[in-house]
Design a protein around this ligand. Sequence first.
Ligand SMILES: [Ca+2]
Ligand SMILES: [Ca+2]
Length: 261
Amino acid sequence: MGIYANTNAFHIDEQNGDKSEPEDLKPEHWPRRTDTTRRNLSLKITFALLGICILVSILSLVLAVILVVQMGEMKRSDADLRMDLSQWKNNVTGNVEKATSSLTEVQAEIALLGERVYSCPEEWTKFKLRCYNFSSSLANWGEAQRSCASADAHLVVINNAEEQGFLIKTINVRRWIGLSDSASEGDWRWVDGTDYNSSVKFWYEGEPNNSNNAEHCGEMFAEGRWNDEPCGNKQKWICEKPACSSIRSSCKMCNEPASQC
Ligand SMILES: [Ca+2]
Ligand SMILES: [Ca+2]
């Protein structure tokens, strides 16, 4: 009965022009619809993943390009910085050289000006802003020192090799210099208080020898080197004092007449 009823129902539907499936036939077609849906879903997911992959690839490419560009700029910046530093260093070096050159020129001009401004009295010889007098008369060491003092000078004090060289060129006989150990044997002292131990010395070989335990005053041989000699001997001497500045305020120091300033 059931089968016939279903058959009848089918025919009735056919006759009515209704082509929809009978209710009891649907379960046989359900699996086909599910497979199609799944395939569509899989295709959609595949396309979506493909799209994401393409998007990620494009983004990666863009990022890579940006990084390359930035690295290039950084390299250029580094090169520019190095160049700037190099130029700065060259500029500084050039300026220092110019300043040094200018300073040397200024020092030379000051020295030249000093040579022009400072002068010595008549019969005195100027050397390096100092005045020297080479006596023509003879005297013992004490008299020689007093003679120098009367001209606001002192027996020569040899401070360096330049001064020694100047004196050697000038003298041609032995002369007293401002050195003695009269106060205490072996304790040599310069008359102006210059420290003997730390200053240059030009003793002749074997001197000072304090020969006969009687030599306490210094002299310069004609050839320049020094010897200790009995202080009572009479011989020529050398006086020394600062050169006189043409600037009036300095004249008192040199004790020169105002007319010479
Ligand atoms: Ca001197
Ligand atoms: Ca001697």
